[in-house]
Design a protein around this ligand. Structure first.
Ligand SMILES: Nc1ncnc2c1ncn2[C@@H]1O[C@H](COP(=O)(O)OP(=O)(O)OP(=O)(O)O)[C@@H](O)[C@H]1O
Length: 339
């Protein structure tokens, strides 16, 4: 089952198109990243999925519930971490978590167990009796995450702040997400500009630019669709000449290769031609390199649908380019609390 589905999902604010015809299916249990630069529509996507604003066109569901049709059910199955913390500054961290647990109908003993577990996991236990307004930015961020997880949601939607988060928060979040996936089967959608972090945490990716989906898929299908190759990188003793076809980059003699299975042959050719190989390694394009290729090349519709069988071409479902069909709509229906 797909935990998150967006069909032709579009949002326009006045003349401004925030999200344009997004089609996306995220299978249950996956850790998925939506990456894009500034104003690419990441926050809008989280807000639409959380029911904090309504689509101009198209629809979306979370665990089968449409935010506009069944908001209460949606909030029982999902938790949202927004860019801004939704906590009461004058209340202690513990009191905040217990309060939100009560709002969600969680029994007080269960709430204490859950908040204690989350505060320990996120390493904010020490701040439990502090007012939230006295906590550091990183701790408040982790407190927001704890809050979103108090009611054991099946889907976690995270909108990372544009300014990024501190290393400690990244580390604790990463550990907790691994735990949640393995132990609670939680599906995570992380919207972020931090490509290295997205690559570390996630197995599926959607690349957004100016509200349009450029590509979606796992790293390998995105790499292929972007036309990027693996690279063999060698370091030899002394000033030896490189083998044919190698170029010098980042302190290594490098060569583009089709597959990692080319490596043993290249190593043995280098050795048998008398080269003293100090180091040989396979370099796989990172999400950052793939993202850059998409941005530089203006590519569209690359990669593949996450969770489905790969095609030779790796082509995804179409991303709508036309914006003419958008209806003009004032923002409305917002204001619902996230779960
Ligand atoms: N409430 C709003 N009213 C008017 N325009 C909005 C509103 N929210 C978002 N937008 C516009 O929609 C576009 C997408 O914004 P959004 O915040 O979704 O992007 P983002 O990818 O999250 O950006 P960033 O990484 O910079 O936070 C932007 O052009 C933004 O100005």
């Amino acid at each position: 089952m797909d935990a998150i589905v967006a069909y032709d999902l579009s949002k326009q604010y006045g003349e401004r198109i925030a999200l344009c015809g997004l089609n996306l299916q995220i299978p249950q249990g996956s850790i998925f990243a939506c990456v894009g630069g500034e104003q690419s529509g990441k926050t809008t996507m989280v807000r639409l999925l959380s029911g904090l604003c309504r689509p101009t066109m198209g629809e979306c569901t979370v665990m089968g519930y449409s935010p506009g049709v069944e908001p209460e059910r949606l909030h029982t199955v999902s938790g949202t971490v927004l860019e801004t913390a939704r906590l009461y500054g004058q209340m202690t961290l513990s009191a905040n978590l217990n309060f939100f647990a009560a709002v969600n109908g969680i029994d007080s003993n269960d709430a204490i167990d859950r908040s204690s577990f989350l505060m320990h996991k996120l390493d904010i236990w020490e701040g439990r009796e502090e007012k939230v307004s006295d906590l550091s930015t990183g701790m408040v961020r982790r407190a927001s995450l704890a809050r979103a997880l108090m009611h054991r949601p099946q889907v976690l939607l995270i909108d990372e702040p544009a300014g990024g988060i501190d290393q400690e928060t990244m580390d604790r979040t990463q550990e907790l997400i691994s735990y949640l996936r393995e132990e609670e089967g939680v599906t995570v959608l992380l919207c972020t500009r931090n490509l290295a972090y997205a690559q570390l945490l996630c197995s599926g990716f959607a690349i957004l630019r100016q509200g349009s989906l450029l590509a979606k898929g796992d790293l390998e299908s995105l790499r292929k669709a972007a036309g990027l190759k693996y690279r063999a990188a060698f370091r030899f003793a002394g000033e030896e000449d490189p083998p044919d076809g190698f170029y010098w980059m980042d302190g290594f003699w490098q060569k583009n290769i089709e597959a990692e299975s080319d490596m043993p042959r290249l190593v043995s050719e280098a050795v048998s031609s008398g080269k003293r190989v100090y180091e040989a390694k396979l370099l796989k394009p990172t999400l950052e390199e793939i993202y850059k290729a998409y941005m530089d090349g203006g590519m569209k519709n690359g990669g593949e649908t996450f969770g489905e069988e790969r095609t030779e071409e790796g082509v995804t479902s179409a991303t709508r380019e036309s914006t003419e069909e958008f209806l003009s709509e004032e923002e409305g229906g917002g204001g619902a609390e996230e779960g």
